[in-house]
Design a protein around this ligand. Structure first.
Ligand SMILES: NC(=O)C1=CN([C@@H]2O[C@H](COP(=O)(O)OP(=O)(O)OC[C@H]3O[C@@H](n4cnc5c(N)ncnc54)[C@H](O)[C@@H]3O)[C@@H](O)[C@H]2O)C=CC1
Ligand SMILES: CC(C)CC(=O)C(=O)O
Ligand SMILES: [Mg+2]
Length: 356
């Protein structure tokens, strides 16, 4: 089984190294090959998604991705910015379904900024459509404003759009996932304002006819943001578009104690996938050896489960993470009084040691 390892920028290489260490400790014979991506790809090959990196990602059975982005590249023309690498991979590999499970490990109830009684027992699944919406819609750019009070001035514009088939396939993913859980789906939209999301609501409602054993509710995104911090445990599966899912999943991350705890799987129609933490490259802490590697390690576990069919090995990793948390080991982002503060590498080593 071949795994493409794309560490990227900022904390990407530090956290990916820990996940690779854990994978190597499982006793399987994975073939792993690394390549530059993001700012590292631009620095080495003049492009954030070099041809060789894309080829490797396409050939591999699964991709383990760190993170991309660095403020020093923010003034590059957009096509050359590091973030284009992850957007390009999602598009090129047709990774339309992004699964972000927000689970609160009981030991971290005190690490969340929310009261323990609000978050304890939290287990929700955010399903974010990943290859459509305003992140990919065209036309986009800066042009002369054609009308209105600012006519003649420059204006920035993007295009929000969803094709029926795009909505249908992500809705199927959500209903099928709900069937394996508590059988409840909340579809999050902005149907009261946006044509795109009234259409989204209509199509999700239509797909639901095939899943009458699953309860469906619709919720506007502003309310969903509020409910996520008011009563997050009321959710089971949340399905939403690319941009709303991006924003809501960062908010949900804090319910789990830290964004350093939130893994993700980005899947195509055949469960081939790219696995990455839900956070970015965290340039503010890069190189300090303090980043939490658990979201990346848990993403590697999702890779074993969803793309490589190694369910028992995935369980081993997830159980090892539970053990290190029970041992009281904490990176600074989840540290609280009474726990033992460790760095990125120590945390990775502890997970390896805890593999049963
Ligand atoms: N998939 C990707 O590669 C993503 C890339 N980005 C890029 O990352 C760069 C930084 O973006 P930000 O908005 O600052 O988001 P970010 O997620 O990188 O960081 C936000 C905050 O969370 C902290 N944080 C993130 N991951 C952490 C971890 N594992 N352990 C401890 N603390 C952690 C950071 O230190 C920072 O204070 C930008 O260039 C952005 O475009 C952002 C999100 C996703
Ligand atoms: C480049 C961004 C779209 C990445 C991001 O924020 C995410 O996938 O969560
Ligand atoms: Mg994001």
């Amino acid at each position: 089984m071949k795994i493409a390892i794309l560490p990227g920028d900022g904390i990407g290489p530090e956290i990916t190294a820990q996940a690779v260490k854990v994978l190597n400790a499982l006793g399987e014979s994975f073939e792993m090959e690394s390549a530059e991506v993001g700012g590292a790809g631009y620095a080495a090959h003049g492009h954030p998604l070099p041809e060789g990196t894309l080829k490797l990602a396409k050939e591999a059975d699964a991709v383990l991705f760190g993170a991309v982005g660095d403020y020093k590249y923010d003034t590059l023309e957009r096509a050359l910015r590091p973030e284009q690498a992850i957007l390009g991979l999602r598009r090129e590999l047709n990774l339309f379904a992004n699964l972000r499970p927000a689970i609160l490990y009981p030991e971290l109830a005190g690490a969340s900024t929310l009261k323990p009684e609000v978050v304890s027992g939290l287990d929700i699944l955010i399903i974010r459509e990943l290859t459509g919406d305003i992140y990919f819609g065209k036309p986009r750019g800066v042009r002369e404003c054609p009308d209105g009070p600012f006519k003649g001035q420059r204006e920035g514009f993007d295009t929000m759009r969803y094709a029926e088939g795009e909505i249908r396939r992500i809705a199927h993913v959500a209903f099928q996932a709900a069937r394996k859980r508590d059988k409840r789906v909340t579809s999050v939209d902005k149907a009261n304002v946006l044509e795109t999301f009234q259409f989204w609501r209509d199509i999700v409602t239509d797909v639901h006819k095939e899943y009458q054993d699953v309860a469906l509710e619709h919720m506007y995104v502003d309310n969903a943001a509020m409910q996520l911090v008011r009563a997050p445990k009321k959710f089971d599966v949340i399905v939403t578009g690319n941009m709303f899912g991006d924003i809501l999943s960062d908010a949900a991350a804090m319910l789990t104690g830290s964004i350093g705890m939130l893994p993700s799987a980005s899947l195509d129609a055949n469960n081939k996938g790219l696995y990455e933490p839900s956070h970015g490259s965290a340039p503010d802490i890069a190189g300090q050896g303090v980043a939490n590697p658990l979201a990346t390690i848990l993403s590697a576990a999702m890779m074993l489960r969803f793309s490589l069919g190694l369910t028992e090995q995935a369980d081993r990793i997830e159980n090892a993470v539970k053990r290190v948390l029970a041992q009281g080991l904490r990176t600074p982002d989840i540290h609280e009084a009474g726990s033992t503060k460790v760095g990125t590498e120590e945390m990775g080593n502890a997970v390896v040691a805890a593999l049963a």
